[in-house]
Design a protein around this ligand. Structure first.
Ligand SMILES: C[S@@+](CC[C@H](N)C(=O)[O-])C[C@H]1O[C@@H](n2cnc3c(N)ncnc32)[C@H](O)[C@@H]1O
Length: 329
């Protein structure tokens, strides 16, 4: 049985000052302004630009948060900040934090959303700021590259299939799958604006001959085929229940007999109260998307059953659901 929260933990949950300090520091690009050598506040203020005395208070807080160092009135980056928060670092993750900052005002309208049940945004920030969207996908691609090959192996493909990666983004999964299965051919289907990045990533991986890019809107366009595997990874939570139902029907049509549909997403458990991260992610989707939602594996199984799939299983708890198209279909 889980223990009761202490009062200190309740306060901690309600405490966001440091969050906003970090997000603002990334927005102001404080860490790049400091760069490799420690600098005086006047120098940093000139580079940002910012008000000197206000900036000093801000930098002191960042020192206390262990993101900066301060010696003899010179501010330097901690090694973590140098690695992840200085723009020209190859491991820069600031784009993800910039996304959180861009969504800050939407979170401010959470009360209204709960009271009225109405969404406060009519377009996702990726649509209003495609450059930010592409930068975020670049970071997610770098992170996803570490787990992609293991995911591909766990699915135990025969290796020579044609795979459709629907809403495949930067091509993270398609690239990982092709690297694990030497005979596999993949098609990444995504919006034209995203495919510019995918093209770059596929080229960098040297997989142009095995990964085809198809530009389109999966809610409107045909998906081509036949494919032996269709993958839907992290796309369902941006859509309504009915949009997903229609998309799964389309995927069924595009699969060859004996083929399989694999859904990888952030599914809620049947109580709706776990996994804990996903319950908070559900609220994030509620305030930051026009009609997205987190679904349960049972919802995913329902879309598959009503589309004609057989042998439907939850391969990985609240994460991966698979259905087969029978050889007779
Ligand atoms: C969160 S990303 C997931 C990327 C990738 N599947 C992964 O797991 O890393 C969602 C992707 O779906 C794409 N997408 C969203 N709506 C789409 C649509 N209607 N048609 C095609 N692609 C779409 C976006 O461009 C984006 O690349």
């Amino acid at each position: 049985m889980s223990r009761e929260l202490s009062l200190a933990e309740v306060f901690q949950l309600g405490y966001y000052w440091e969050t906003k300090i970090l997000l603002t520091a990334v927005k102001l690009d404080v860490f790049s302004a400091i760069g490799e050598r420690p600098k005086a506040v006047e120098d940093i203020a000139g580079r940002i630009p910012a008000d000197e005395s206000t900036l000093a208070l801000f930098l002191n807080a960042l020192v206390a948060m262990k993101l900066l160092t301060k010696e003899s009135d010179l501010y330097g980056n901690s090694s973590t900040a140098s690695k992840y928060l200085v723009r020209h670092s190859v491991q820069y993750v600031g784009h993800l934090l910039l996304l959180h900052d861009a969504e800050w005002n939407n979170w401010g309208q959470l009360e209204e959303t709960i009271r009225t049940g109405r969404r406060v945004v009519d377009r996702h920030v990726f649509e209003t700021d495609p450059e930010l969207g592409s930068n975020v996908l670049t970071v997610l691609n770098r992170i996803g590259r570490q787990s992609g090959p293991d995911f591909a192996r766990r699915l135990k493909l025969t290796g020579s299939e044609r795979l459709l990666d629907l809403g495949g983004g930067a091509g993270t999964n398609a690239i990982a799958f092709c690297q694990v299965y030497a005979e596999l051919h993949a098609t990444v289907f995504d919006l034209p604006v995203t495919l510019k990045l995918t093209e770059k990533m596929v080229k960098e991986a040297g997989l142009q001959s095995r990964i085809t890019l198809v530009s389109g809107d999966f809610n409107r366009d045909q998906l081509g085929g036949p494919y032996e595997v269709v993958l839907m990874s992290d796309i369902l939570h941006y859509q309504t229940f009915q949009m997903n139902q229609d998309l799964v029907k389309k995927a069924f049509v595009s699969l060859a007999p004996g083929g399989r549909l694999i859904m990888k997403d952030r599914f809620l458990d049947e109580t709706g109260t776990g996994p804990a991260w996903t319950t908070a992610f559900t609220i994030h989707i509620l305030v930051n998307t026009q009609h997205g939602s987190c679904y349960t594996c049972r919802d995913a199984m329902h879309w598959m059953t009503t589309s004609g799939f057989d042998s439907i299983v939850e391969l990985e708890k609240t994460a991966v659901v698979q259905g087969l198209k029978s050889r007779e279909a």
